[in-house]
Ligand binder design. Structure first.
Ligand SMILES: [Zn+2]
Length: 342
């Protein structure tokens, strides 16, 4: 469910339909999920690992289903203003672009043109600014779907990596991850020690309260402080290496992305666009993407290879190595020291 929502291409009623009809979801009473159940579920911090106890949020012991970042993204998606939602089967670029001049959504229109002389029918799809901005008098002109498609193909071409680079990058990530894991073990064991010290303090505190050496109020206050401390230590413990799956996902997505975009279904095309960038602006007929950092680096290195020269260089792919490091740096907590010399 979270994965569906995170794609950004489905709205709640669509996810609801998939969950109930395709997956056959039933709750304990045998009822399908309702719309409000689903809103409630997607809004609950439990899913990124938190639970509430006497009005305070604590980090739970359960394995979070999503990261806080993903959870925030879903909040933005489920609370986004109601853009007129046309089905994605019909319009490839709907909900994907914003007008750069007035920041309003770019929507799609389809026109069927009848050619009387040849009795031919042709369908044209246009995208245009909704011109809803009352202050700015926007003059952004409509653009055809095929022109937009060409531009998106160009954007993805810059992000695209070949098989050799993908293999090399994965090997590289693997080695870095192994190296990092060894260091993490040492850090983790000291954090675990601090956590178990807190557990001892908690149990001592309880004894003190039960033997009436301290008041209930004092107990609550001290216990709260210890739990907060424990929770922050536990976060340190879990934070370690989520860059590794993320970095692998980036190279899998970028590999052959142009060909995938051309061949795949409309839904999958939209998914590919969404995975490389969160914002796309239409500016005087030109698409200006705001790519996610690792995809930006891939693209930038192809456009400005000179910027990336002189960084770590493997034999076969001189211009690609620096990008790999940047992708691996998805997790800002690692590599800061190695980073300093370039
Ligand atoms: Zn506009």
């Amino acid at each position: 469910m979270w994965d569906l929502m995170l794609t950004g291409i489905y709205v709640i009623p669509q996810v609801l339909k998939i969950v109930n009809e395709n997956w056959g979801y039933k709750n304990r009473r045998g009822n399908p999920m309702t719309r409000s159940n689903m809103y409630e579920m997607f809004s609950h911090p439990f899913y990124y690992g938190y639970f509430q106890y006497s009005g305070i949020w604590y980090k739970g012991k359960h394995e979070p289903m999503v990261t806080k970042e993903e959870w925030d993204k879903v909040q933005a998606l489920i609370h986004r203003p109601n853009v007129p939602h046309l089905t994605s089967e019909e319009f490839l670029f709907i909900d994907l672009l914003k007008c750069d001049k007035c920041k309003f959504a770019i929507t799609g229109t389809r026109k069927i043109k009848n050619y009387k002389r040849t009795k031919r029918k042709a369908t044209y799809t246009y995208y245009h600014c909704t011109h809803k901005n009352k202050i700015i008098n926007c003059d952004e002109k409509p653009i055809t779907e095929s022109k937009l498609k060409d531009q998106f193909i160009k954007i993805l071409e810059y992000v695209d990596i070949d098989e050799d680079f993908k293999d090399w990058a994965k090997q590289y990530f693997h080695e870095l991850n192994e190296y990092e894991s060894k260091n993490v073990i040492d850090i983790n064991s000291s954090v675990k020690k601090s956590i178990s010290d807190i557990d001892i303090k908690l149990s001592t505190l309880l004894d003190l309260m039960l033997s009436q050496s301290i008041s209930k109020d004092e107990y609550d206050k001290k216990r709260h402080n210890l739990l907060v401390e424990k929770s922050s230590l536990e976060q340190k413990l879990n934070k370690s290496s989520d860059w590794f799956p993320k970095a692998n996902k980036v190279v899998d997505t970028a590999h052959d992305i142009k060909a995938k975009f051309i061949e795949k279904s409309i839904d999958e095309k939209r998914l590919l666009i969404r995975s490389v960038g969160s914002n796309f602006f239409l500016d005087s007929g030109l698409v200006r993407p705001e790519l996610e950092k690792p995809y930006f680096i891939l693209s930038d290195a192809k456009i400005n290879p000179e910027k990336y020269l002189g960084r770590l260089e493997p034999v076969d792919y001189p211009y690609l190595s620096a990008q790999t490091i940047e992708i691996a740096k998805l997790n800002p907590t690692w590599l800061p020291r190695e980073d300093s010399n370039f």
